[in-house]
Design a protein around this ligand. Structure first.
Ligand code: SF4
Ligand code: SF4
Length: 244
């Protein structure tokens, strides 16, 4: 696989030196001019942090790509028009949503690619991204990828993203499936617009069709992560099941 010059494959077991803290001279330089793709779990965590409902968050902060190159719709964090294309959450004291910051912000300078092989087995690949402005590489702390991810609170992010991967890399998708507009809307509803999906799940019709137990209904209606996981299951059914 070919990478740009500043991106190198990284062995998960190899230690690398990197540190980031408010005293680095480049503090917050990395929070500008970003193509920051938002996963469903990113949006869930940002909404929790900002105490916003997902539909309002998307309206205010996200840029949606419905018909881009990908099969599925994609959401990006909209940058501010301040002449430097800054992240809307940057402040002079750092990240305003630090506890709910997106997975890509946590992982930097490490990038993680996960794919499912033909047997549905997950393969992971790591890269190190070195950007000129970033002074973090001269810091003395060193880590393995696993230590870095743990330290940055990424374990849950990677876990949920991998659950979404079962949709993104479903065998029918790899075979060239195209989504209708309705299927794209359902994808956004069940993974991103969780407040609207909550309404749908609250309806007796949904509960009867999907045969949810009382316990499951209580769990998905009171916990956003359980609701997201139900969204993944629902999409598995509505997007793929009929064609099996
Ligand atoms: S060290 Fe790198 S990651 Fe940290 S603030 Fe500077 S540019 Fe951003
Ligand atoms: S969310 Fe926080 S860490 Fe991520 S780019 Fe914005 S300000 Fe920086």
């Amino acid at each position: 696989m070919d990478f740009p010059d500043n991106v190198k494959r990284l062995c998960g077991l190899k230690r690398f030196s990197f540190g980031c803290h408010p005293n680095v001279t480049c503090y917050t330089e990395c929070c500008r001019e970003l193509d920051l793709s938002l996963t469903p779990y990113d949006v869930l965590r940002l909404c929790r942090e900002l105490q916003m409902i997902p539909t309002a968050f998307i309206e205010r902060y996200a840029v949606m790509e419905l018909d881009g190159n990908g099969i599925f719709p994609a959401l990006y964090l909209g940058m501010v028009n301040d002449g430097r294309a800054s992240c809307p959450f940057i402040s002079e004291n750092g990240c305003r949503v630090y506890n709910g910051r997106p997975g890509a912000c946590r992982a930097y300078p490490v990038g993680r690619g996960a794919t499912l092989d033909a047997n549905g087995k997950k393969q992971e690949l790591y890269v190190m991204v070195r950007e000129e402005h970033c002074r973090g590489f001269v810091e003395s702390q060193n880590h393995t990828v696993a230590e870095w991810f743990e330290n940055q609170g990424l374990i849950e992010y990677n876990k949920i993203n991998d659950e979404v991967l079962t949709l993104l890399q479903h065998e029918q998708v790899r075979a060239g499936m195209h989504l209708s507009r309705e299927q794209k809307d359902n994808f956004l509803l069940a993974l991103y617009r969780l407040d609207e999906f909550h309404e749908l799940v609250s309806s007796p019709g949904f509960q009867d069709t999907f045969m949810l137990s009382e316990e499951e209904i209580h769990s998905v209606l009171s916990d956003d992560l359980s609701l997201l996981r139900l969204g993944i299951r629902w999409l598995q059914d509505t997007l793929f099941k009929e064609k099996k």
